[in-house]
Design a protein around this ligand. Structure first.
Ligand code: SF4
Ligand code: SF4
Length: 371
């Protein structure tokens, strides 16, 4: 394992740590996989520590992962930094979440406590209190939108951030039209000494739509390549690419099996070669037209108020994860003016989307699946 400094926290954290959003993914895939994941999580955690990993990151809302990790880490508290989060906006609710997290982790103090999915006055008030009481050491935020991180960094309110970043961020795939680029955000973090924890280092699209198009020669080539060289080559390439950025402190990786930990941790000692780059290039070329980064750049540009990234995410749950009922229920929970049926086809969203997605056509397809 290798270690890097997490900005002003001065924590020396491992380049690879355990993220727990995989729990959500396996829940979406069904109770059997979800339970298997929950059963494997202690062994996954132990393997990570054995290989030199020294942090876990989860959230109060990620089912019972805090409790499972708390039990798994019993007697090993000093070997690990704990990062967890609250997505609540009210100060009292954030404090209640934090107290529960401390109990679940069986500890007196959390190393990093972050606002899950965006900042709020309530979180700020609660975090200040919790820090004063010695219940949390450092404050952070997770969010998909670089600009929202920038506001908190400039206001000097965060010690670390959790930001999605992966090979698909390259300018050639995004055309760099998002309002604040991720690379620029990381540069700002360096200047302000804010730690950068990367989420979704392998894109977050687990079973891409393109992989089903096996009659496409490019898809066939990539699948064959992965069969010959091993799928871990692609995953490691994603991690190596993220970690070659010196402004990145670590990658938070969802790992569903002990073998994943072994393969993912091996990436820190490997070198990104031309053949890895070729794999990434091929993957990105196939995925780019269908990859929503959930950056929300399109949202303020939609005069109708359609929740584009949410709808594309629900479509992903339906099509890629095969969890149709959940996807439909989530879609139904949107107000009618936020659903795809409210889209007038004006095209403004497509003009601002950094990934140049054919949003209007995708919304129509999503509505047909989800309504
Ligand atoms: S095309 Fe539809 S979703 Fe896009 S901005 Fe116009 S109304 Fe909104
Ligand atoms: S559709 Fe495009 S702009 Fe909107 S969230 Fe997805 S990637 Fe970002």
């Amino acid at each position: 394992m290798k270690y890097r400094r997490l900005g002003r926290t001065n924590l020396m954290i491992s380049e690879i740590g355990l993220g727990c959003a995989s729990g959500l993914r396996s829940q979406q895939l069904g109770p059997e996989l979800f339970n298997r994941y929950r059963e494997e999580l202690p062994a996954i955690t132990h393997k990570l520590l054995e290989l030199g990993g020294n942090f876990v990151a989860t959230s109060a809302s990620y089912h019972d992962t805090e409790e499972i990790l708390g039990r798994a880490l019993k007697g090993r508290r000093k070997d690990v930094f704990i990062f967890t989060a609250s997505g609540k906006k009210d100060a009292k609710a954030v404090i209640a979440d934090c107290e529960r997290s401390l109990q679940r982790f069986q500890t007196d103090v959390l190393d990093g406590y972050f606002a899950h999915g965006g900042w709020s006055e309530g979180f700020q008030e609660a975090a200040a209190k919790l820090k004063q009481q010695g219940k949390i050491r450092f404050i952070g935020m997770s969010c998909h939108v670089p600009e929202k991180h920038r506001e908190r960094i400039e206001a000097n309110q965060v010690d670390f951030i959790l930001q999605p970043y992966n090979y698909m961020n390259l300018a050639k795939w995004t055309e760099k039209t998002d309002r604040v680029g991720t690379e620029e955000l990381f540069e700002l973090c360096r200047k302000k000494d804010v730690g950068v924890m990367v989420i979704k280092p392998m894109t977050g699209h687990f079973i891409p739509n393109w992989a089903k198009k096996t009659d496409d020669p490019k898809v066939a080539w990539l699948l064959k390549e992965l069969k010959v060289s091993g799928k871990q080559n692609l995953y490691q390439a994603f991690l190596m690419w993220v970690l070659k950025n010196p402004n990145v402190s670590c990658a938070i990786v969802g790992m569903g099996a002990v073998q994943d930990v072994v393969e993912d941790c091996a990436a820190v000692t490997k070198k990104l070669t031309a053949s890895h780059e070729r794999l990434l290039e091929q993957y990105a070329a196939l995925a780019t037209g269908d990859y929503c980064r959930m950056c929300e750049t399109c949202v303020p540009n939609c005069p109708a108020g359609v929740r584009i990234p949410d709808i594309l995410r629900f479509r992903m749950y339906y099509q890629n994860y095969g969890h149709r009922r959940d996807a439909r229920e989530l879609y139904a929970s949107l107000a009618s003016h936020q659903q795809a049926s409210a889209c007038t086809g004006c095209g403004r969203c497509e003009q601002t989307c950094p990934s140049r997605l054919a949003i209007v056509q995708k919304l129509k397809a999503a509505h047909a699946l989800l309504a």
